[in-house]
Ligand binder design. Structure first.
Ligand code: NAP
Length: 212
């Protein structure tokens, strides 16, 4: 797939690494051009691009900024460039101390983004994986893969993101419509509590199991 990663921080860097390793075409854009350039330079064929027009011709846009920056970041690539595009919202609307959420119950970061960029097909995914897990890869040993929970209203967009996540080696869980981001964002909050608050560390990830 042709992908655009917006943001060159922890998650953006891990996405660029894994998308490149899986053979996807990767562009990266960031608020600071030098950060995008330094990230792209680590992977042959990955290009750092200016925000304007960055989404033109790509299949999937991954917004890897703080939740509060996501709408501005998407608008920065040009709203026309997002027409019909699959936008993966990986964000968690965290409080400043990372131990709570700034919204929930009757909306979610994903739904707010979808409202702000209605021309895009917004899919909630990857928000329950620590950047360290994404960077290290899906394999947790003993035949176990970390899971990507995928919530979206558009079946085709959900299928695209499911295929993308599986191409990176992750198990996937169909988590229903975009409204269920209201569950996935708190799930990420629990993961952060367990990793940092309870001291389990960042080599953990939530998953769902079925009785054989
Ligand atoms: N870290 C994790 O383990 C983790 C796990 C799951 C989900 N998430 C979610 O993923 C998102 C990113 O987290 P992170 O840890 O990667 O944060 P981060 O390291 O702070 O990276 C965010 C990046 O977004 C860039 N950015 C901000 N506004 C932008 C804009 N308008 N255009 C382009 N780039 C812009 C920032 O640029 P500057 O450098 O200029 O500030 C920064 O490089 C957050 O919403 C977080 O909740 C994180």
């Amino acid at each position: 797939m042709k992908t655009l990663v917006i943001g060159a921080g922890n998650m953006g860097s891990a996405f660029v690494k894994q998308l490149h390793a899986a053979g996807h075409a990767v562009r990266v854009t960031a608020r600071q051009a030098d950060k995008a350039a330094a990230l792209a330079a680590q992977y042959p064929g990955v290009s750092a691009v200016a925000p304007a027009g960055a989404a033109d011709g790509v299949d999937v846009v991954i917004v890897a900024t703080a939740s509060s920056d996501a709408v501005a970041a998407l608008r920065g690539v040009g709203v026309g460039g997002l027409d019909g595009k699959v936008v993966i919202d990986i964000t968690n609307p965290l409080t400043a101390d990372y131990m709570g959420l700034t919204l929930g119950f009757n909306t979610s970061a994903a739904e707010e983004i979808a409202r702000a960029v209605p021309q895009a097909q917004v899919v909630k995914a990857f928000n329950t994986l620590f950047a360290q897990v994404l960077a290290a890869g899906a394999d947790f040993g003993q035949g176990r893969q970390a899971s990507v929970f995928v919530a979206a209203d558009d079946a085709s967009a959900k299928s695209t993101v499911t295929t993308l996540a599986q191409s990176l080696g992750f198990a996937t869980v169909d988590a229903g419509g975009l409204k269920n981001a209201r569950y996935l964002e708190p799930l990420a909050g629990l993961n952060i509590y367990l990793g940092y608050g309870a001291g389990l560390g960042t080599a953990i990830a939530p998953t769902w199991i079925h009785r054989a």
